[in-house]
Design a protein around this ligand. Sequence first.
Ligand code: HAM
Length: 420
Amino acid sequence: MKFRTIKGTKDILPSDATAWQHVERTVRQVMHAFNYREIRTPLFEQTGLFARSIGELTDIVSKEMYTFPDRSGESVTLRPEGTAAVLRAYIQNNLGEQSPLVKVYYIGPMFRQERPQAGRLRQFHQFGAEALGSPSPSLDVEMMQLPLEVYRALGIDACALNINSVGCEKCRPAYKQLLQTELERIRQQLSEDSRARIANNPLRVLDSKDPADREATAHVPLIKDHLCDECRDHFAAVRRLLTAAGIPFTIDGRLVRGLDYYTKTAFEITSTALGSQDALMGGGRYDLLVEELGGKPTPGVGFAAGIERLLMVLQALKRPAGEEPVPTVFIAAMDGTAREWAFAACHALRRSGIPAEIDYLDRSLKAQLREANRQQVAFVLVVGENELTTGEARLKDMRSGTDHPVRLDALEQTIRSLHG
Ligand code: HAM
């Protein structure tokens, strides 16, 4: 019996890990530059947390969650996204009392039972951020700057920012009714999925990918033209700030996002380097969600970005994906006594912070040198009886091919002086 990964999940092999680490390092650098601090929440939570926040009628909650009763019978769910869990942690730990504005970021796996395809997995990874405590439109823009800065630092510029406003509890109900009336009028031209959404989730009809739906709804009213004064002003401020920051964007009146918690600003970044799953990241404001989850009324805004999709773009654009870590020095030993010396010397080097390696497979000297070469080490030290007796050996610089004399009791210093 051979075991395999579960459909829609992937191993991140050592040869992939370098690129992952490169991305994660870049994310952390950017997050720290913007003064965000890391938060790590559990991978599973009470099912109700997600149902309540993301929305019972969304695809995520109604079709895609990994939900199961645990052994005590409580319904738990593998997190399909990070926002709900971060807000739960914010409320549960009274983070708002320690600081009026809480800015946090996360990197980690999320789980959705979607139909797997290129760029769509069942266990995928996101980096994201949430800012809780301020209604300022500058934070909405910061949530677009964060991923854009990550992409810029990684050498990706081929991406497009789309923004919209989805209104608030004051303006959305009237718009929803207006839209429902319009959609009822053209019901016959709509796809089955869209027809089913008219009653409960009419806004989602607008971002249907079905060409027939697109055509039928080409002239329906859009929420951005039916905002209350507060939402309109907020949206105008977001656009001004984006323009002032020199960030190109497109207003997409059909952008509504697949999660129910958004108010006011919604945004997405897509990349032409991706196929049909072209969303690199998405986010928006959710000013009612903390209260909805039992906390004090607290405005919030955030984003999350797919890491697998980002890696696909990096690969498509042939961007450097970080350097493989290699040992600085390989100690090749000629006999048993030298092997024991090499084992101890290798440990001393590692402890001093110099990545070092030896042979564990009892290979011939020639085979050890071949291995050192394969691993692309910077230096090789060969030790045998002679070297151990005299206390002197030669350190071969594998890049230049030159030999340096080295005293075995000054190995660390010599490597440091040669390697910088
Ligand atoms: P989302 O749009 O559901 O938003 O996901 C954000 C990003 O995660 C997507 O743009 C995509 O890059 C990636 N993604 C989503 N599903 C998959 C999948 N099955 N396979 C691979 N990548 C995927 C959220 O998750 C919200 N929590 C964003 C947010 C944070 N809004 C406010 N704060």
